[in-house]
Design a protein around this ligand. Sequence first.
Ligand SMILES: [Zn+2]
Length: 439
Amino acid sequence: MRLKHGLLVAPLALFSAMAAMPVTAQSPNPAPVAAAPPQRTIIHAGTLIAEPGKPPRQRQSIIVEGGVIKDIVDGFVDGPVVIDLSNRYVLPGFIDMHAHVTGPSESELGDGDPAFWVARRHLIRQSRITLDTLPVLRAVLSNGFTTIRGLFDPASISYDLRDAIARGEVDGPRMIVSEPQFMVAGGDLDTASFKLREPLEPIVKNRGSCAGVEDCRRAVREEIKRGADVIKLRTADLAMSDPRIRAVEYPEEVRAIIETAHRLGRKVAVHSAATAPTLQALEAGADTIEHGPIEDSVVAMMKKTGAAYTPTLIVVQRLMPLLRKSGITRDLYGEARASALKAYRLGVPILYGSDFMPALAASQSGEFRELVGAGLPPVEAIRAATVNAAKALDMSDKVGSIAPGKFADIVAVDGDPLADITVLEKVGFVMKDGRVMKR
Ligand SMILES: [Zn+2]
């Protein structure tokens, strides 16, 4: 398949760390992909939206040093290296809160059975998958996303990719990641879903599958030891398609997963489909709810617990034809748009999530337009990908706005995104950690 940036992409995978630092002399890689950032760079920003939600300022100079923002001063000051964005709108780098860099390619998506591409990720050589993922990572950066939260990578290459990106060995977004999805035995995408011959089942086994309190605690502890920055909990969609099932998970299993994650300082993102399992996860302390649509009782509970919502409207919209083919007659897209607006109006923080996958890489920026289409003001769609996302990651001191002390993650566009949100689909300049990634 071909992305809009002309990169040839195949199915792939990956992830990364919170401490993305500029390439330094102690990098183990003798030939880093990008040069070290110059000592001091000054960006002339025509209109600076430093913290979306606060009024933009005209003619500002952003002083970047060692990958970090040092200062912001009024007017255009001079320096050894000046980047001229004096006729552009300048914003903080975007954060995609729901991504799968090793997700399905176009042809894999077309066949409609998730068990198929997930099984392939376990069977294909990781070296091949990694090579196929490198252009995917560059496409993400090129779309203006300097940080992503990866929520399932069955190829299990994300922890190493995250670390390689953080060391400057590979170009890509900063990654906060969970390789497996946690789900109870017998849940979605459990080994039994793959329709494989029995001797092959152990090969495709998801590390996040667990049963009972002790086993679920063990699985979460082991995964955090292995490298997880976040825990993805997948409540079973089965409860939506089979009316005989209220919830596949026992409340104590859900509590075991969420409490163990919190005990070890990790947040929990919950894939939500049916109402009862989602409420169960919120009662246990779920931090973010992914997808939807979500019913009013879920929105009300989120308001109470402080959980944030990632509606991923763009993927629901794009996948509607596939969902219809699989027999779903509900207007899930219309319902998801309505729940996003309801949640926003009630004060639930809305997060930007494209459900990024190689098949839909070209529409990663489309969620801005979707959120505005659902009824959010443009500034709120921008906050979903910046300040709100940074807060949900507990990284407000590093990302999500342009301010002294934060990572120099900066994007620029030609028009005013507060007037026309679609300008964010054509990002012309991207800096990450003080290094220019696109110009
Ligand atoms: Zn997803």
